[in-house]
Design a protein around this ligand. Structure first.
Ligand SMILES: O=C[C@H](O)COP(=O)(O)O
Length: 241
């Protein structure tokens, strides 16, 4: 049975004060949440400290949004695996399309970050997905196969989550049809040596579409952006039927 994982990706949102307010309104909503799912919050670095304390003893796991491949060094603006694990971070998002687009992340640096995350005991969430232009040019399959082939060189598939995030569906309200997301995720699974790797869908996941998404047989969870920022909407998502 593959693990179900619902992860919020807060991107560059929420100060510490806003994080405290979120927790006040969110944590109590988990009392009835079924045990069959892992819940993760991937937050800005400045929120990790407060969450590390506040989430202690709760069932919500802590995630970061980046990790460098070196243990330490002169890499201004970066963060290392040991710095994250020391404060209780368990997951890290790697290769998000916003990092690939705005920060020159390549399949090669994605691969270095994935291996470093695993080396320091973190579970990476590898993001793959095509742009609208690539989809229209019928390049979705070849692009994803290439992202996986290059990104996963020497990566341990026993400690890995993959998120399929079509770029055109991110933050647009234009969700990928769940049947199509299921098809692409099936393709991703066919490229893996371990068929039990949990594979999430991400891109305009909302309270009103999460049940349909999670009903798809290949989809093992969701990577949620905007809808994870609001306690009641994220609560509805983690409590999918
Ligand atoms: O990592 C999360 C994704 O980029 C999805 O963002 P979104 O739910 O706001 O579309």
């Amino acid at each position: 049975m593959r693990k179900k994982v619902i992860a919020g990706n807060w991107k560059m949102y929420k100060t510490q004060a806003e994080t405290s307010e979120f927790l006040l309104n969110f944590l109590h909503t988990l009392e009835e949440t079924p045990e069959d799912r892992e819940i993760v919050l991937c937050v800005p670095f400045t929120d990790l400290g407060i969450l590390s304390k506040s989430l202690h003893g709760s069932r919500v796991q802590l995630g970061a949004q980046n990790v460098h491949w070196e243990e330490q060094g002169a890499y201004t603006g970066e963060i290392s695996g040991p710095m994250l694990t020391e404060i209780g971070v368990r997951y890290v998002v790697i290769g998000h399309s916003e990092r690939r687009q705005y920060f020159n992340e390549t399949d090669e640096t994605v691969n270095l970050r994935l291996k470093a995350a695993q080396r320091y005991g973190l579970t990476p969430i590898l993001c793959v997905g095509e742009s609208k232009q690539q989809r229209d040019a019928l390049e979705t399959e070849s692009l994803i196969i290439s992202q996986l082939a290059k990104g996963l060189v020497d990566v341990d598939q026993n400690n890995l989550i993959i998120a399929y995030e079509p770029i055109w569906a991110i933050g647009t309200g234009d969700t990928c049809e769940s049947i199509e997301a299921n098809r692409v995720i099936g393709l991703i699974r066919s490229q893996l040596s371990n068929p039990d790797v949990p594979i999430q869908y991400g891109g305009s996941v909302k309270p009103n579409n999460i049940d349909e998404i999670m009903a798809q047989p290949e989809i093992d969870g969701a990577l949620v952006g905007g809808a994870s920022l609001e306690p009641s909407s994220f609560a509805r998502i983690v409590n999918y039927q």
